[in-house]
Design a protein around this ligand. Structure first.
Ligand code: CU
Length: 133
């Protein structure tokens, strides 16, 4: 049986073992039981946020200012984070489209996104540089 939507897993960067997010028992997860968010079961490289896919949930009030500090820990690859569906009124440079509204965040660099959430709803963020779309 695959975990699918039943649990969120993360990978330990030192030993590359999988664990269930929020579980404190230390039990590992068999990679063969994990199905990725897009439903595909072939092996490939994933870029994650804070070692999870999907990344951490952000709960924000309409009109609230958001600050998100992004450190690019990818090896040899630039990135940026696009705030999908949110209009960046007054701060278009915070939209997160690399080479369009900002320079990409280089490996080892940190960039802080700071913007106001213009409206209520459910949105998502994703990497937005080169093939990271
Ligand atoms: Cu998008």
């Amino acid at each position: 049986m695959r975990l699918g939507f039943m649990a969120k897993v993360y990978i330990n960067s030192t030993d590359r073992k999988l664990f269930t997010y929020g579980d404190t028992t230390g039990a590992t997860v068999d990679p063969g039981r994990v199905i990725l968010a897009d439903g595909s079961d072939h092996d490939r490289v994933l870029f994650t946020v804070n070692k999870t896919l999907p990344g951490p949930e952000l709960v924000v009030f309409q009109g609230q200012e958001v600050k998100v500090r992004v450190k690019n820990s990818l090896v040899g690859t630039e990135t940026s984070i696009h705030w999908h569906g949110l209009e960046m009124r007054g701060t278009p440079w915070m939209d997160g489209a690399a080479f369009v509204t900002q320079c990409p965040i280089l490996p080892g660099q940190t960039f802080t996104y700071k913007f106001k959430v213009p409206r209520a709803g459910t949105f998502f963020y994703h990497a937005h540089s080169g093939m990271q779309v």
